[in-house]
Write a protein that binds this ligand. Structure first.
Ligand code: URA
Length: 287
């Protein structure tokens, strides 16, 4: 049987494909099932760069020290998820700004249709609990299962631990507690930056209405989003920084460990405790 004529370059390609196939079969027979590149790639850092390449969130931190500023990627990455549509952000902003009390803000959030989490199985919006004139505002990540049922933030196991720690630091009567998003993410996954961006105008409005003297950011998802920082919570925690409100007020801000993390890693409680004591001391000193 004669074969069809092939060009010299196609023949070369075919030969090298066969050679490669044969080489792979040889390695496979020898038990090799994984290939590594010679040069290690830092995939975590690539992920961080992609996040940084997105438009910055509506919430603006002021780095404590300009030398601490995160590195900025050159431009938007094609792999980055699209930010929320501008009309969704504009609707959130308008609704949030039109609320002149925390009750009105709570109603505005409950009626807001723009956050994708609302249609992903959440029972209700979970806004806030605590004093409306609190000196300390705590911002967690997202409501969990128990919060979704009860409609209040931090009322599950992690919330109970948080309450015990606040009581021990004599901070119970000082706090207003909310989250970076107001609907429970499916299967308690971490809220995405896009979801946080959609809820950000409401978070910023809550800060403006409460006027806290200090912000405490619990957990990596809250701290990274609010501060626009790529580092993990273990390196951010315990380091004071400043968050600047849309009205230009600089609020001392402390990232700390999430109580759900402390339930898994009780040995880390001493770090979270020292963060609460630092806050207690600052409030006692009138800042
Ligand atoms: N974890 C959070 O971050 N917030 C809650 O409200 C509950 C658990």
């Amino acid at each position: 049987m004669s074969s069809p004529p092939v060009s010299p370059s196609a023949a070369a390609n075919l030969a090298s494909a066969r050679a490669l196939e044969s080489l792979l079969a040889f390695w496979s027979d020898a038990g090799v099932d994984t290939f590594y590149e010679l040069q290690a790639k830092d995939r975590l850092s690539e992920g961080r760069q992609r996040l940084l390449a997105r438009p910055s969130p509506a919430l603006h931190p002021t780095p404590a020290n300009p030398d601490d500023s995160p590195p900025h990627a050159a431009g938007p990455s094609p792999l980055a998820k699209p930010p929320p549509p501008p009309e969704t952000l504009a609707a959130a902003e308008t609704l949030a700004q039109s609320a002149t009390t925390l009750e009105a803000l709570s109603e505005a959030i409950a009626g807001f249709e723009g956050c994708p989490l609302k249609s992903q199985g959440a029972r209700q919006a979970v806004f806030a609990r605590g004093r409306q004139d609190a000196r300390l505002m705590i911002i967690g990540e997202a409501p969990g299962a128990e919060e979704d049922i009860q409609g209040d933030p931090f009322v599950g196991r992690a919330g109970k631990l948080l309450d015990r720690m606040l009581a021990a630091a004599q901070l119970t009567d000082e706090v207003f507690i909310t989250n970076s998003v107001f609907w429970r993410p499916p299967a308690n996954r971490t809220p995405s930056p896009e979801e946080q961006m959609t809820c950000a105008p409401f978070v910023a409005r809550a800060i403006s209405l409460v006027q806290p003297q200090i912000l405490l950011l619990l957990g990596g998802a809250s701290a990274k989003f609010m501060l626009g920082r790529p580092e993990g919570i273990l390196s951010l925690r315990g380091r004071w920084t400043t968050w600047t409100s849309p009205e230009g007020r600089d609020i001392p801000t402390l990232p700390s460990l999430h109580p759900a993390y402390l339930l898994r890693q009780p040995g880390a409680k001493k770090q979270a405790w020292s963060d609460l004591l630092a806050i207690r001391q600052r409030l006692d000193q009138g800042l």
